[in-house]
Design a protein around this ligand. Structure first.
Ligand SMILES: [Mn+2]
Length: 435
């Protein structure tokens, strides 16, 4: 007798849509760029909907922070409803919980009647909703919404595995210990709290950087997944890089794999830009242009909001310090950048550069600074003792493991110079010199 064909389906899990997010952090964007940014969170949600339709997903999960603020603009609400209606028309059910940005009690709802097949979970206890395909239950979904913004109760403790067949899924906006640095500690819980419910998949929201916190080993040992937000909202670290949703592939009631799919329209990128060896601002501009082109090539057709961080030492530091130099460079880059789709927007240049250190001058001073430097010079010529010092460092300080001897030496030289200058300044001050 032939074996039964495996029962396969997939579902889409998204979170933190922050529809109609205002992009507060982006500086003075030109009107056309501001309009594109305003549209980005809505378009990213449309793309999540299209993803679910393309993949013939069994259902869509939205794990909180659907809207950016309790105000919930009408435009955002209608766009959300329309997307879920398109899914419903294709027979794809949707399950939604609210989070700290869009709690149930303080927000207003323009939508009185959701399309059939849309379940918005309430705030009391997790309701268990079965999902059937061809008359057979393939999954259950249970979820709970935030009543108020600052929800400090550990809501995960209210979930438990129901009786019955199918993949058992929990839908919750929460902060798993250690997962979300810089995120508010709402509905805090531990991985063990989540495991205790003996579900098969935890569809979480809240941590914008996303991450698979646990890969389940079988029934009752859950996958724990943050998909991250669907569209970045600022240049913060947790908001950089591709954003989107996950497609969860299920076979015979077990999660096979979790696939991340980008759905975003605009990406935030920070360019690290060393100024060593650059003589003029024209050279810096060329370098920034080149880095921007590279970033655009890697962005899979997405538009970019760029921040450049200038670092390191060099003669360029003085030119950058001139009044208006950085602002004018920024203006010039903006004028030259693409305003087509995908566009480039130069948001900020953060100048963290330092003046060059004139070691020759320091060496000639005949003081503490020059003594330290000649010690360093001696070590440089005495490879044997330098190697033993380096060996010692490699043994005792693991973060030096990846660095080589020359780099260590250069660092030491710079440090010695700085240390000496600092000490001299302090001594001057003690002696009653200029503060
Ligand atoms: Mn959020």
């Amino acid at each position: 007798m032939p074996e039964a064909a495996p029962r396969r389906f997939c579902f889409v899990h998204a979170a933190d849509l922050h529809l109609d997010t205002p992009f507060d952090g982006v500086h003075a964007a030109a009107p056309r760029i501001a309009a594109a940014l305003r549209e980005a969170s809505l378009q990213a949600f449309d793309e999540v909907v299209e993803l679910a339709r393309r993949r013939s997903a069994a259902f869509l999960l939205v794990a909180g922070d659907v809207y950016d603020g309790a105000e919930r603009g009408l435009r955002a609400q209608l766009r959300f409803r329309d997307g879920l209606a398109r899914l419903a028309a294709d027979g794809i059910e949707s399950f939604v919980v609210h989070g700290n940005h869009d709690p149930v009690e303080t927000g207003w709802s323009a939508v009185r009647a959701w399309p059939e097949g849309v379940k918005v979970f309430g705030t009391r206890s997790p309701e268990v909703v079965p999902v059937a395909r061809d008359g057979e239950v393939i999954a259950t979904v249970q979820g709970i919404s935030y009543a108020r913004r600052a929800t400090t109760e550990n809501l995960a403790l209210r979930f438990c595995r129901p009786e019955g067949p199918g993949l058992h899924v929990g839908l919750l906006h929460c902060n798993v210990a250690g997962a979300g640095e810089g995120h508010d500690n709402y509905s805090p819980c531990s991985l063990d709290d989540l495991r205790r419910a003996r579900l098969d998949y935890w569809a979480l929201g809240h941590v914008h950087s996303g991450g698979i916190l646990a890969e389940g080993s079988g029934p009752g040992d859950p996958w724990v997944v943050y998909p991250g937000n669907t569209q970045a909202r600022s240049g913060r670290r947790s908001e950089r890089g591709p954003k989107g949703a996950v497609v969860v592939h299920v076979e015979d009631g077990r999660v096979l794999r979790v696939e991340q799919v980008a759905c975003d329209r605009v990406r935030f990128v920070e360019l690290e830009c060393p100024v060593e060896g650059l003589e003029g601002l024209d050279g810096l501009e060329q370098l920034l242009d080149r880095l921007a082109d590279e970033a655009l090539e890697q962005a899979e057709g997405r538009s970019l909001v760029l921040r450049a961080r200038l670092a390191g030492r060099g003669p360029l530091h003085d030119a950058l310090r001139r009044t208006g130099a950085v602002e004018e460079l920024l203006e010039h880059l903006r004028e030259g950048a693409s305003d087509q789709e995908p566009f480039l927007w130069w948001d900020e240049i953060a100048d963290r550069s330092l003046p060059p250190q004139d070691l020759g001058l320091l060496r000639g001073r005949g003081d503490f600074a020059s003594d330290l430097l000649s010690l360093s010079d001696e070590l440089k010529s005495d490879r044997a003792s330098l190697a033993s010092v380096a060996d010692e460092l490699v043994r005792s300080v693991p973060r030096y493991l990846a660095r080589d001897l020359e780099e260590l030496l250069a660092d030491g030289e710079q440090l010695a110079g700085l240390l000496a200058l600092g000490t001299l300044a302090a001594l001057d001050e003690l002696a009653g010199g200029e503060p």
